[in-house]
Structure formats: C-alpha cells, structure tokens
Ligand binder design. Structure first.
Ligand SMILES: Cc1ncc(COP(=O)(O)O)c(C=O)c1O
Length: 425
C-alpha cells in the first residue's frame, strides 16, 4: 500500500520536502546533544539498588549457609545465590552455576569451550570445517559478534510476532549438521520486545538437530523485566524439555545486570545435568571461584524471587512512562502516514522500528546531523547487514523523559523527511 508521500503529486511532495527540510534546519540550529542508543538503565534505576551497598560492612558475617564468601572455594556460587537464580529460571539449583557479573561473558565462554574443546563427545567446533549459528533477526548485536569473532557463520532467521520462523529453523537444524547453535532472547527480545509463543517454545524444545553438538543459547536477559503487573508469560523451556523427555539441548543464561547494577551484577547459567557438568569443568579451568562477596550482597538485598519481583516493579514505575511516551510520539507523529511500523513491547529495553525500505541508514545519519545518536542502522542484523535497510532500535530507558520526548520529536521529523525523499526518488 502506498504511503502518504507516495500518494502526493510532484508539486505537493516538493512543498512537503521543503517544509520538512526547514523543520530539520531549525532543529539543527538548536545544537542538540541527545542519545537514544544506549540500552542501559537510567540513573534513577541504578539508584534503586544503592541500598545493596549497605548490606555488607566490615562487621558483616561473610558466610552464606555455611559457605565462606571471603575466600576461594564454592565454585558453583553461594547456595542462596544459586537458589535465587534457580527460582527465577524455574529450574533445579543443582543445575545452576552463578559466576561472573556478565551473562554475555558466560555465553562467550561457553561458545569458546565448544569451539576449542568440543561438547557432547564431539570434535571441537574449530575442527569441523565451516559451522553456523541461527540468528533470529533483528536481534542482539553482541550475540552475533561472539559467533562472528570465531568465524562461525551467522545465518539470519526471520523474527515473527511469535518468535523465530520455526519452519525455517526446523528445516535448517534437521538437515544441516554444520548448524551448531541458535541465539534466542525468548522474553521481550532485544530489540523487538517479542515474547516467544508457547507453540514456538514447544517447537524449539522438540527440535531434532542433525548435529549432536547443536545447542540453543536461551538468553533470558529480560525474564523479570515487565512494564506492567500482568507481564508476558513465557513457557519454561526446561519444563517442556522434561515433558518431552529431551535433554542436552538448551543452555539458559540470565543476569541481574538490569536488576541491580550493569557490569556489577550476578550472572548465571543453567543446562541439563550432563551439559552443566561440562560447563562446570570448563569454568573450573578459567577461574578459581566466582565473585561471592557480590553474590552475598545481592542475596542480602534481593532475598528471593519475590524480592526481585518487588524490586522490578520499582523499575517498571520508572520505565513505563518512557515506553508509553515512545508509543504516543510515534503514534501522533507517524501513524497517519503509513510509512513505518513499530513494536509495542510490554517489557524489556527496546522498541523496534521499521521505516520504508532503504530508509534506516539515512534516518540514523540524519538524526546524527540533528544532534541525536541512535544505534547504528543494521546493528541488529548479522554482519551489520539489514537486507532491506528498514530497522532501527530505539532505546528509551536511559534519557530523562524530557530528553526522550525531544529526541522522539526529532526522530519523527527525520523519518518523515527521509520517507518523503524516498517517495520522490
Ligand atoms: C539480550 C541481552 N543479553 C545480554 C545482555 C548483557 O547482559 P550482561 O550484562 O549480563 O552481560 C544484554 C544487554 O543489553 C542483552 O540485551
């Protein structure tokens, strides 16, 4: 269906472009310096976790259920930290390792272990010729960067409103033994905000990979990051695997990066008993033991899964108005023009925006000229190549509501101008 600009006659369109160029010029003259690129919590959000810093003092007993936090040892993580992580993920604490502050770091280490040493009794990935990962796209650029770094081919998979296109995933995984993994953000995906439907989760759990060393990297980064009391419901993939009598298919990761302090949180991984034993053995070489003082502070502050949910409700109070502002500004500015679509997530950290074909790079570059930084166009696709050049990731969490509103007003003008120019081209 033609958009509003494509429906205009040449004279009307020229006049519209001239008017939008004047608007853009007026914005440029203001010398703005705004940032809508960073998927990180605002200062108000990180301030919520400052009381965690008071949970430990020089007088504190640095012991958790008999496990010392102030020395080496306890390589799987403190007992109450493992239980907290297990309760959040809905799995057995025996199958959880809590270590490090970054889940991405754990994902990287698990990929490197499979690449250099092999998993499931198979040859190391580095000795198996060309291998590949499936990358639901748009997706998280840092996932794609991990596999790209080791020369693993990233294959984009269409992201639908329910999750990855499972017909494509099933076909590839069951027929091609070079496919070793799939990146998934199953709840409030980065950047679409999509939560995988029950059917998609069931189909992933039922995959019959040709490669015995194929694993799903289930990055549940936004597992408790609901904006509303009634959050999206994601099936617990380990429950589904158990129902189907399947094992050794999924590695699940999460962290408290966007619960407490990014880069000073608590990261965790769970897998089947066999798979977690392999990961434990690999991690035992990489580190003597994890950051247990940080774990102790986390469990004394958050207590349990209910404590985490209560804390996340405070984050939601801060974030909801920002996400609603995005919807309102895009709706008011663009809805009538039929030039763009965007997601309406009920949690997570991003809104995914699609403009007309061939527009994303031009919009991001014009925004930069007008003083607003956006995530680079194409960043959400493997190798930075968005085949239709439509997708832009909007990150509303970090700017203040006033700055965000201003940045979105500029965005609306940039989208209109680029769309109108494309209609003339
Ligand atoms: C999907 C996803 N996974 C992982 C991370 C990083 O988490 P961590 O700080 O635990 O490495 C992010 C951060 O933006 C993310 O969006």
């Amino acid at each position: 269906m033609p958009n509003a600009y494509q429906n205009m006659g040449p004279a009307e369109l020229d006049a519209m472009i001239a008017q939008l160029e004047a608007e853009a010029e007026a914005i440029r003259a203001r010398g703005l310096k705004l940032d809508m690129a960073r998927g990180k919590p605002s200062v108000e959000q990180t301030n919520l976790s400052r009381p965690m810093l008071d949970t430990l003092t020089s007088k504190s007993e640095l012991v958790d259920e008999g496990a010392p936090a102030d020395n080496y040892g306890i390589p799987d993580g403190l007992p109450s930290a493992r239980r907290l992580a297990a309760d959040l993920l809905g799995v057995d604490a025996q199958n959880v390792l809590v270590c490090g502050s970054s889940s991405l770091n754990l994902m990287h280490d698990v990929v490197v272990n499979a690449y250099t040493k092999g998993i499931g009794g198979c040859k190391p990935w580095c000795q198996q010729g060309e291998i590949a990962f499936l990358c639901p796209s748009p997706g998280y650029d840092r996932h794609f960067a991990v596999t790209e770094r080791y020369g693993i081919k990233n294959i984009p998979i269409e992201m639908t409103a329910d999750g990855p296109n499972m017909d494509e995933v099933e076909r590839l995984v069951s027929t091609d033994a070079s496919i070793k993994g799939m990146w998934c953000v199953p709840k409030y995906a980065n950047p679409t905000g999509v939560t995988y439907s029950d059917e998609v989760v069931r189909r992933i759990a039922a995959l019959k990979p040709l490669a015995p060393d194929f694993r799903v990297f289930w990055d549940n980064a936004y597992i408790v990051h609901d904006l509303y009391d009634e959050g999206d419901k994601l099936l617990n993939i380990f429950d589904v695997l158990a129902e189907q009598g399947r094992e050794n298919l999924v590695y699940e990761f999460a962290s408290t990066a966007k619960i407490t302090f990014p880069s000073s949180g608590m990261a965790f991984v769970t897998a089947s008993p066999v798979d977690i034993a392999e990961i434990r053995a690999a991690f035992a070489i990489e580190r003597v033991s994890p950051e247990k003082i940080s774990q102790l502070a986390h469990v004394r502050f958050l207590h349990d899964a209910d404590g985490v949910r209560a804390h996340m409700a405070k984050h939601a109070e801060i974030l909801r108005p920002r996400f609603e502002l995005v919807q309102q500004k895009l709706e008011d500015g663009l809805a009538d023009l039929d030039v763009a679509t965007w997601t309406k997530p009920r949690g997570g950290y991003f809104v995914s925006f699609d403009g007309p074909e061939g527009s994303a790079k031009a919009i991001v570059s014009l925004m930069s000229e007008l003083g607003v930084t956006l995530t680079g166009a194409g960043a959400t696709w493997p190798y930075g190549e968005d085949p239709r050049d439509t997708n832009i990731r909007i990150a509303p969490t970090f700017p203040s509501p006033d700055e965000l509103g201003e940045a979105l007003d500029v965005f609306v003008v940039a989208v209109k101008l680029v769309s109108a120019r494309l209609a003339r081209a």
